[in-house]
Design a protein around this ligand. Structure first.
Ligand SMILES: Nc1nc2c(ncn2[C@@H]2O[C@H](COP(=O)(O)OP(=O)(O)OP(=O)(O)O)[C@@H](O)[C@H]2O)c(=O)[nH]1
Length: 389
């Protein structure tokens, strides 16, 4: 029988829990005697998440760029090579948290023209605490990106529910449902789902097109929203019922499309009346193409060990616009190296015993922060570490 390899896209905002889901999914497949392979994309030039993936799992890393734009052209070739070289039973694609899933879905579906693979699902992991904060603020590029990631999903995991109150959870569930009424929604802590889900998603090649249908819907929503902006409506205040009517109207119009190219939407004949209008429109077009243009990455390679308390104190002082960080660190006051994770103002330090040489590095991700200032503060930690020796 012809083997069509199911591909699952793991989407979700920075730090939402994609790697937490990925490592458990790998464990699940291996226990069932299946061979998973992983394609991992990181914005930075070092793949720290990859170190959490067990040895022996074939993995392709696409670093230093976002899979959905700068390196999207390579995605098809990388997927093809990964499959041809390793003959996996399933491929899990972990996107950068800043990726626009529509573009990746396009990339995977394009790849299915080259290789016998099938997009089986788009699983979006949502950070409940971050979404709550952004939802209450009600605007911003990150909020828009999170909504896009939710709209494109064929499965939704509302993760980190330990960080919100029951009433807030209810509010979030309602909001998520209004943006994507189709995909099953599961609330979790540490992405603890029923992993048989992965078998069900990959079980019916050619049938699991919910994701693709959702893409057409998401595309249509983007369309509908742009029209609303043309009419000078405030999109965020737009009544949900009206939106779903427009959505179904556009879904009908886009029927038969397996994927949408936003370039189609770029040209707009409507007159541009004011610079404010133009700016809004450009903003929106940019959001549809590269929702993460505003996301910045700074990677710092340490020359020497640093003091753990000083580092923790620096992390505690990080401004809110640096919302994600991770690294592998050698401290002058501990014997083993540590992997550190920082998401939504929570820091985790985990002792590690690397089997291979690992860098001494920290990656910081956020919006509009001063790389120079951060670099200076991190370098100061190094000099302090050296002085204390
Ligand atoms: N409190 C809490 N923390 C969680 C939960 N799930 C994951 N985390 C922590 O959140 C941090 C980020 O988790 P990851 O799985 O690395 O997130 P990610 O989406 O892969 O992150 P990026 O690859 O940077 O986008 C880690 O420190 C996890 O231990 C949860 O349900 N609750």
């Amino acid at each position: 029988m012809r083997k069509v390899v199911p591909v699952h896209i793991l989407s979700g905002f920075l730090g939402s829990g994609k790697t937490t889901l990925l490592t458990q999914a790998i464990e699940y497949y291996k226990l069932r005697g299946k061979k998973p392979a992983v394609l991992m994309n990181e914005l930075g030039d070092v793949n720290l998440d990859g170190m959490l993936v067990e040895d022996g799992v074939p993995m392709t890393e696409m670093l230093s760029g976002c899979i959905c734009c700068t390196i999207r052209g390579d995605l098809g070739m990388e997927l093809r090579e990964l499959i041809l070289e390793n003959d996996p039973d399933v491929v899990l694609v972990e996107c950068t948290g800043a990726a626009n899933p529509i573009e990746i879905i396009d990339g995977v579906t394009d790849a299915s023209l080259l290789t016998e693979l099938e997009l089986a699902s788009v699983i979006t992991v949502i950070d409940a605490a971050v979404l709550l904060e952004r939802h209450r603020a009600g605007q911003g590029k990150t909020y828009r990106l999170m909504k896009e990631q939710i709209r494109c999903a064929s499965q939704l995991i509302l993760n980190k529910v330990d960080l919100v109150e029951p009433a807030e959870l209810h509010e979030l569930q309602q909001a998520v449902r209004s943006w994507n009424p189709v995909a099953p929604l599961t609330a979790t802590v540490r992405c603890d789902i029923d992993f048989t889900l992965f078998d069900r998603l990959g079980a019916a090649p050619g049938k699991s097109l919910t994701a693709l249908e959702n893409i057409a819907a998401a595309d249509a929503v983007a369309d509908a929203e742009r029209h609303l902006q043309d009419g000078h409506h405030n999109r965020e205040q737009h009544d949900a019922k009206h939106e779903s009517e427009r959505e179904s109207e556009h879904r009908h119009r886009t029927d038969g499309r397996t994927h949408g190219h936003h370039a189609d939407h770029q040209t707009d004949d409507s007159p541009r009346h004011s610079s404010d209008h133009e700016r809004k429109e450009d903003d929106h077009t940019a959001a549809a193409h590269h929702s993460h243009d505003h996301v910045m990455v700074y990677t710092h390679y340490f020359e020497s060990a640093i003091d753990s308390e000083q580092f923790e104190s620096l992390i505690g002082r990080l401004p809110a616009n640096i919302y994600r960080a991770k690294g592998i660190l050698r401290f002058s006051d501990t014997t083993s190296p540590f992997m550190f994770q920082y998401a939504y103002r929570e820091a985790d330090f985990m002792k590690i015993t690397p089997k291979q040489e690992v860098p001494n590095v920290a990656v910081f991700i956020g919006e509009h922060f001063s790389k120079q200032q951060l670099a200076a503060e991190l370098s100061a930690l190094e000099s302090a570490g050296e002085r204390s020796h």
